[in-house]
Design a protein around this ligand. Sequence first.
Ligand SMILES: Nc1ncnc2c1ncn2[C@@H]1O[C@H](COP(=O)(O)OP(=O)(O)OP(=O)(O)O)[C@@H](O)[C@H]1O
Length: 647
Amino acid sequence: MDRRVHITEDTLKHLNGEYQVEEGDGGSRDPLLTGRKTYLVIDPHTQRNISRRPKQSNTLALGESRQRASVRMSQYLQSWRTIHPFADLSNPDAAPSKKPIIHTSSAMSQSQLSADRPPCQNNPNCLVVDNGVRGSLDTIDTAGRRLKKLNCLTLMFNDLSLERQFRFSEVKGLHQSMTCLALIFVTMFAVQMLVSTNNFEMAVSYGATFPVMVLLLSIAFTGYLEKWRPKMPVGFQWISGLSRGVSTRAALRLFVVTLCVLITLLMGVLNLYFLPGKNCTVITNTTELEGLKLYTLPYYLYCCLLAMLGVIVFVRTCLSMKALLLTLAVVVYLALFLHVYAPRSRCLIELLYNDTKPGVLKDPQIMSGVWLVIFYIICLILARQDELSCRVDFLLERCFHTEREEMETMENVNKLLLQNVLPLHVAACFMGKTIRNQDLYSQSCDSVCVMFASVPQFKEFYSESSANNDGLECLRFLNEIISDFDEILSKPKFCSVEKIKTIGSTYMAAAGLTHSPVEDETKKVEMSYSHVRSMVDFAITLMGRLELINTHSFNSFKLRIGINHGPVIAGVIGANKPQYDIWGNSVNVASRMDSTGVLDKIQVTEETAQMVESVGFSVTLRGVVNVKGKGELTTYFVNTDQSSPQF
Ligand SMILES: Nc1ncnc2c1ncn2[C@@H]1O[C@H](COP(=O)(O)OP(=O)(O)OP(=O)(O)O)[C@@H](O)[C@H]1O
């Protein structure tokens, strides 16, 4: 009945007296309901004035909780604004911000969250964390948890395979570190050149080390300038290969870095060796002492400090190696400044302060030791911090990489699912970036051939008994038939045929939905003929396949098929459960061709029959059929005892 909910006695029992009902008298309206008690539910909204029933308090409590839930739900829905099918898929970037999710089970602990975000007890939006942010927080959290598994002394991952991956992962930006080192090297050279008097020794030492440094620098830079590799002279291309090896092979990289650093550390102090004044303590003549140029001594210390900086400019170089090099450097430097060159320092003090004691802060010998130790400690701390941040970066990169891979897999799965539910061209439309979320998909097609193929005997075949597992076996058989029909669709010759749906045991398909509109009229006509041909061919194949199923299952099912062609509107309806469908008079008539058809025959309208004949099939006049809503129509049967015509 209009605006009333009609229920059976069984349904009433499940309502637990929640609703008031009145006699339905279904038997008087539908013979199938004769002898069955039915009820009509009384709309509770029109019953406001009706006195409440005795179970008042209980019902009220239930009602209140129900109302609270519904209010919550409507608020939630309001926050969704309009729901559009596949909005997430068609516009993945926009989806997370539009469709908030309530953050319930984040791996992030509450304390961590509150530390990262402002307090927000009164702000309802605070409960909502969009997908993108949550993904990032989870990733950071995962990386953070892994970071806790580092050895606090060596900063190595406890997980050996992870450590190996870190060691062997590609290092980018080696050229930057090399540039820093080259700058340090050049600065040391400039300082020593300005203060040194031993020009020959300097020329020899730097003359020997400069080419090595230039070579190593060019190796680091060639990798950076990889895109120019093809333009390089063939003779130089090996440098590019070596450069690639340096950034990808840990051992080679370590060798190159160690070589560079050792050269720099050595050059920081090498020319000090040529500084005269070994026996300066015995010299009493001030002019002679001044001639030794001992004031250059602190400049060598600065060079040493600079050289120590050179150790830490290299990113992603094993911390223990850096610590080893720094320790080696500081031990050698300390030995030199505090022991080997101690007499020269004393002479310098004598020269600068005569016989007076200069105090600790002005004592070049003591201060060189202090500077070296301070620099050593600072360099160690910086090296440690660099190592730590590199490892964090590595972990984050790994997590993001895994996340990206998972997202890509999910996207592909979604794509596949979508392509299973919707025709390929429609799915592509929903996944494309150009379509706006507000636009629901619809398409007018001028000439589509529609087919309804039903198995009328299935109604009698279907029964629910313990012998056939409450009807499950019947459904299994129907599923077999429909699956076989679906399989036929995958044949290339039926690429223009699209399954629309199954309605009970009726298979509905259409040809000509996939093609984009063509301007050329003759082409249009040609295409509609080819759609009719494909559809009839498909229908005949379905009949053949059912025959095959019959022989295997000892059944005698026959198809009753109706085909019609004409304009249709195709579209996707529904929001949460979208479905692709077609509508129009042509579809209605096709359905009628099936419902008024004859078993094992394909019934078509007069216009379709003409097209069917033109594409090579023969037809037989059936006669005039009274079609509900359309009046009397002349229909034809397609002769199916012929093989598919060849073109
Ligand atoms: N997209 C569709 N999917 C499935 N069936 C369809 C579709 N469009 C039309 N039909 C079927 O075509 C038949 C004819 O439709 P029409 O609108 O002419 O008549 P109707 O008055 O709705 O018919 P009925 O009384 O049989 O429901 C209907 O049985 C309807 O189920």
